[in-house]
Design a protein around this ligand. Structure first.
Ligand SMILES: [Mg+2]
Length: 270
């Protein structure tokens, strides 16, 4: 069911409802990384998780399955999180593996590597002269960041992304994020598909399991929608943030920042 973000009840004040939904069931927790476990920062490499959050997630992973589902490349987010006993789905779920590489391995979209290389080349031609523009090549996508670009130049990044999409309407799609355009192979795979795949692969696709997804961005809505009605969806964001705005969501509850996410996940670990 779609609601306004502004109408979501705070997760930290909803323990009665939440406990009722989780009573007698096992929890499977799926966590986005950037903006969910860390604050949004100016450059992707600066998004470092606080030690307190790491402790909370480590404790939670002792209690239930915890999966990190990120837009980052899997080795990148594995490094940043730095906890062994988690499942990691990188590249918006295009690339899934367990820490030891055994339990789950799934790669989607590898055949698009050549096309993505062409995209990177074209982005460099247009974006290299734009101050603050940042191209982030990933394993299964290319991110064109414009957070640090001057306001009157931002349209140039949008224009080249539109041009690339127009030239490859059947093979590429774009997902907008927070001051970033993410160009991805146009295949039927997203964070929601990844979460459903993981539930099945982990043997957690059963009535006695309550899946929970925690995320902050537009791409996380796919996961919220996939779990809508059966799981518990937590949106992370401050209503005062203009990037959160008035958009609609399939989430059930809200945490306004990383402090609230940490306290909420800590409450689950007890
Ligand atoms: Mg995020």
């Amino acid at each position: 069911m779609t609601k306004h973000i502004g109408d979501l009840p705070p997760a930290l004040e909803s323990s009665g409802d939440l406990n009722a939904r989780m009573a007698g069931k096992r929890l499977a927790v799926f966590l986005d990384y950037d903006g969910t476990l860390t604050p949004i920062v100016a450059r992707p490499e600066l998004a470092v998780m606080a030690d307190g959050m790491r402790t909370v997630i480590r404790n939670l992973a002792d209690r239930c399955s915890v999966c990190i589902v990120s837009g980052r490349d899997r080795p990148d987010v594995e490094n940043l999180v730095g906890i062994d006993n988690l499942i990691f789905a990188g590249s918006h779920g295009f690339d899934i593996a367990s820490p030891d590489g055994r339990a789950i391995q799934k790669e989607q979209g590898a055949e698009f590597a050549g096309l993505l290389q062409d995209v990177i080349t074209r982005l460099h031609e247009i974006m290299d002269p734009i101050g603050g523009a940042l191209i982030e090549p990933k394993k299964a996508s290319v991110a064109a960041h414009y957070r640090l670009v001057a306001e009157d130049q931002k349209h140039k990044v949008k224009d080249v992304v539109d041009e690339i999409l127009a030239a490859n309407p059947n093979s590429l799609k774009v997902t907008p994020g927070k001051m970033v355009w993410e160009i991805q192979p146009k295949i039927d795979w997203d964070k929601g598909k990844a979460v459903l795949y993981l539930l099945n692969a982990l043997g957690l696709d059963t009535d006695d399991v309550v899946p929970m997804y925690v995320g902050d961005d537009v791409t996380d809505e796919h996961a919220f929608e996939a779990l809508s009605g059966r799981g518990i969806n937590i949106f992370v964001g401050d209503l005062a943030d203009p990037e959160v705005g008035e958009r609609s969501t399939a989430a059930d509850y809200i945490c306004k920042d990383q402090d609230e996410v940490g306290r909420f996940l800590d409450s689950l670990a007890r």
